[in-house]
Design a protein. Structure first.
Length: 161
């Protein structure tokens, strides 16, 4: 089995329900072992759109990285995600953050996620479920200390899973 970390986010409609629906579809091919609390953050695409809700998930899968990408893209399509301009509102966004300790760079897939170390809304929930994680030669806590994390707010009393 391969260990994977995913990020799930939404800012259209009922974000919590959208994430719950995506989580309900993952076990077809990904056995979920940990789910973070939910966090919200202002959208990177600018003002005027709803805040994003994000979670991190740890799981195990027998899928190859390419097949995992296809699987999560199928979930996004099933949920009617429309890909438009980067950072626009979306019903669901599922990203592969890490796949074992592998480094993968193809035309369609880059692992570790190429902007992960720049995005507190990815690292904060990831730290919650895997505080001892090491990547890019550093502990996740060290990576977080280089970012402005006060833009990410844990949503108290909200249970996604």
């Amino acid at each position: 089995m391969n260990r994977v970390f995913l990020s799930l986010g939404s800012n259209l409609g009922d974000a919590d329900s959208n994430i719950r629906e995506a989580l309900s579809l993952l076990p077809d091919k990904v056995r979920i072992t940990r789910i973070s609390s939910s966090y919200e953050t202002e959208p990177a695409g600018g003002k005027g759109q709803p805040w994003f809700v994000y979670i991190a998930v740890q799981g195990a899968t027998e899928l190859s990285p390419e097949d995992l990408l296809q699987f999560i893209q199928n979930i996004e399509q099933k949920m009617k995600r429309v890909k438009t301009i980067t950072n626009n509102p979306r019903i669901i966004d599922i990203d592969i953050l890490l796949y074992n300790d592998e480094i993968i760079k193809t035309d369609k897939l880059t692992i570790p996620h190429p902007k992960m170390l720049e995005r507190p809304f990815i690292l904060v929930p990831l730290y919650e479920i895997a505080p001892g994680l090491i990547f890019d030669g550093r502990y996740i806590e060290q990576c977080l200390s280089a970012l402005k994390v006060d833009s990410v707010h844990r949503r108290l009393g909200t249970h996604i899973a």
